[in-house]
Design a protein around this ligand. Structure first.
Ligand code: SF4
Length: 332
């Protein structure tokens, strides 16, 4: 369906201007995919060996540029944004950014769904300022075995306890915020990954979605593949165990596989770069700001629209009034 390299080399020289550049009465062309991952920083207060986010020593995007990204995403009427990093709660203005990004587009017209992907270490008072602006929060737990978890999440001795405390706080204080629990499966946690739900004793505190990730060999994950990579079939064996554990607790399971990664994601990186996944690898397209201001409509075609939407809406579903998960295509 899509051949981004081909599109890049063969794209026409002139495009209709993007949304915010178009005169009001002209048919407007959208430049960006519906769902975007915004990574304003690489910096983090953990040092996970499998990390596939931007390098931690990349300079953090300036606040003015971060709000320019917000303006553009809103001008494009994107439908969902995952804010990640690095560790996004290290941005002192994150609550304001999430509020500006997720504000209604118009009276009666909701803004984009805002997802915060965080390692869960931010203090509760900090999170209390951010949570009201979120549709979903994504939190990590890697293993029921304390040693396995510690080997995966390096840098804070009580990381697991902090995540569980934040999960409980979010459930109690902000019940409308969905909770996604993520578990990255590597050689270091393959034994206890399927039992992470055992760490949450009370059913009301269980996550809405549990997503199990195959490790991506990108950035630090690539550097450490010799320590982390599972053999053929081992990931699927863990997935089978996770499926049973999820069914036993009535939790919806999602599975991320590297084979389906290409075409799903459009990242805006700390250096202002636009990045997509192509042939399983990150591919840098150039400056997000410059490409957008030039009205480069092919940016939207650098992801597969259906896959981009399905990836977001299956991980962060719209919940029906009955409380059952419903990845409502019509609502996207
Ligand atoms: S995986 Fe997340 S928490 Fe771990 S080092 Fe990378 S950005 Fe930080």
């Amino acid at each position: 369906m899509r051949s981004p390299r081909l599109q890049l080399s063969s794209r026409p020289q002139l495009f209709a201007p993007c949304l915010e550049l178009a005169p009001p009465m002209i048919q407007r062309q959208r430049c960006l995919p519906d769902y975007v991952d915004f990574r304003p920083l690489g910096r983090c207060n953990l040092d996970c060996l499998f990390c596939y986010g931007p390098r931690h020593d990349l300079p953090t995007m300036g606040e003015d540029d971060a709000f320019r990204v917000v303006e553009i995403l809103r001008a494009e009427r994107v439908k969902g944004v995952v804010i990640s990093g690095g560790e996004p709660t290290l941005l002192p203005y994150l609550a304001r950014l999430a509020a500006a990004l997720g504000a209604p587009y118009a009276p009666g017209e909701p803004g984009p769904k805002i997802v915060l992907s965080t390692n869960g270490l931010a203090p509760i008072p900090t999170m209390e300022k951010i949570l009201p602006h979120l549709s979903w929060i994504a939190l990590p737990l890697e293993s029921a075995d304390p040693g396995e978890h510690a080997a995966m999440r390096i840098g804070h001795a009580r990381h697991r306890e902090r995540v569980i405390a934040l999960l409980g706080q979010a459930r109690r204080s902000h019940p409308s915020v969905g909770i996604k629990l993520g578990t990255v499966v590597t050689r270091l946690n393959a034994r206890g990954a399927d039992r992470v739900l055992d760490l949450i004793e009370d059913d009301p505190f269980l996550p809405d979605i549990w997503k199990v990730y195959e490790m991506s060999e990108t950035n630090y994950g690539a550097d450490n593949r010799h320590l982390l990579a599972l053999g053929p079939g081992e990931f699927e064996e863990v997935v089978q165990r996770c499926s049973k554990a999820a069914a036993d607790r009535g939790v919806e399971l999602r599975v991320y596989r590297n084979s389906t990664r290409s075409g799903n994601y459009f990242f805006v990186d700390p250096d202002g770069g636009a990045v997509v996944i192509d042939d399983g690898e990150e591919r840098r397209l150039g400056s997000f700001f410059e490409l957008y201001e030039r009205g480069e409509g092919w940016l939207r075609d650098c992801v597969e629209g259906d896959a981009n939407a399905a990836n977001f809406t299956s991980t962060y579903p719209t919940w029906s009034p009955t409380g059952s998960p419903d990845a409502v295509a019509a609502a996207t």
